[in-house]
Design a protein around this ligand. Structure first.
Ligand code: G6P
Length: 372
């Protein structure tokens, strides 16, 4: 009913708008005033976490994209090798696991069959399993050694939005916690990122307040056949998520690529006026990432692409090559997906509406896939 949708036309719009609160709720009580992480609910003892030799993340769909981003954070802050794999691929390829492997299963519903089968297999091999889940008492957390709940609240729209942002928050918390427990040389950076993370809901809110031009742009693209998405580093999974949202909702051909792969194929797809969304890392921080993507934008624009650039506010280098510039607030490099994904959700939702599609119930898709 209209009341359930809180005055919004679709659950998806409501859930997009709820993201600052979902993010804040997922952080609540997990960072104290002194900036320490309080994750007692991760009931795997610190002594066990110190011995972990490998982290394996398994998930499906949008949760898999959260897991891809988590890999960058975990390897950087903890120096533990981490791999992220689609649960359906992981389960049936005889993966190497032992008692020192920490498996993280990410699932909004807690009922996705492929993810469940993957974690059962991991536990049979002696691995410890930590679930990141949004649904209290669902099967995946019940069968795991520990669970970190995301507090997104019920997500009704089939296409995941607020659950994704809270999965990212949970992943960052786990990565920072593992880094602290193990005492890496990134201690100071970890402390400053914890501080920035506790402010991030405000930045998500700022993004939401500036989305009207994104909606206008989306409406002008309703008759396009293809939209491409490019990103590097954590912007690469963001590009994949932007493309997934567009497929799910607008039924358009959409593909995400690692920007560094352009010359290995995707650049052949660039022709006059094809929209290409580029996620640009902060020009501060790891500036080499930024310089490389600026030259990627120049390359595709020289071939006629219509560039839609998502960049940090004040990033002057990208302006001249952006047909459309979508500005996002400054964040630490690894946290950028929390703000960079939001315009892509809005973009896909608006394009779906412009094409006359049912936003909350896209054709052929289910909210939770409980068969393999
Ligand atoms: C389905 C949903 C997606 C979701 C995926 C994984 O495909 O449509 O939105 O990302 O399942 O679901 P889970 O509940 O495990 O996060």
């Amino acid at each position: 009913s209209a009341a359930e949708k809180g005055g919004y036309d679709y659950f998806m719009l409501k859930e997009i708008a709820e993201q600052p609160k979902a993010v804040a709720d997922t952080l609540l009580g997990r960072i104290d005033l002194a900036g320490n992480l309080c994750l007692d609910e991760v009931r795997i003892p610190a002594s066990v976490l110190r011995e972990v030799s490998k982290v394996v993340i398994v998930a499906c769909g949008t949760a898999y994209h959260a897991g891809m981003i988590a890999k960058y954070a975990i390897e950087h802050w903890t120096r533990i090798p981490c791999e992220t794999e689609l649960a359906s691929e992981f389960r049936y390829r005889d993966p190497i696991l032992d008692q020192r492997t920490l498996v993280i299963a990410i699932s909004q519903s807690g009922e996705t069959m492929d993810t469940l089968m993957a974690l059962r297999h991991a536990r049979e091999q002696g691995a410890k399993v930590l679930a990141i889940c949004n649904t209290n008492g669902s099967t995946i957390p019940r069968e795991s050694d520990a669970v970190l709940y995301t507090h997104a609240g019920p997500e009704v729209a089939v296409a995941s939005t607020k659950a994704f942002l809270t999965q990212l928050v949970a992943c960052y918390l786990v990565a920072l916690y593992l880094g602290q427990v193990r005492g890496t040389k990134w201690g100071d950076e970890i402390l400053s990122v914890i501080r920035e993370l506790s402010e991030i809901a405000t930045q998500v809110d700022q993004v939401l307040e500036t989305m009207e031009p994104v909606r206008e742009l989306a409406r002008t693209l309703a008759d396009k056949n293809t939209v491409l998405f490019l990103g590097r580093h954590v912007g690469y999974p963001v590009a994949l998520e932007g493309a997934l949202k567009l497929k799910e909702l607008a039924y358009m051909h959409a593909e995400g690529f690692a920007a560094g792969e352009l010359k290995h194929g995707p650049i052949a797809l660039i022709e006059q006026d094809v929209p290409v969304v580029v996620v640009v890392p902060s020009p501060r921080g790891r500036s080499v990432l930024h310089d490389k993507i600026v030259s990627n934008i120049q390359e595709i624009r020289a071939r006629g692409a219509r560039t839609i650039v998502i960049a940090e506010r004040g990033d002057e280098a990208v302006g001249p090559y952006a047909d459309h510039l979508i500005e996002i607030p400054a964040t630490p490099t690894l946290l950028q997906p929390l703000v960079a994904t939001v315009p892509l959700q809005v973009f896909a939702c608006e394009l779906a509406t412009a094409r006359g599609n049912e936003v909350d119930q896209p054709r052929n898709l289910a909210k939770s896939v409980t068969v393999e």
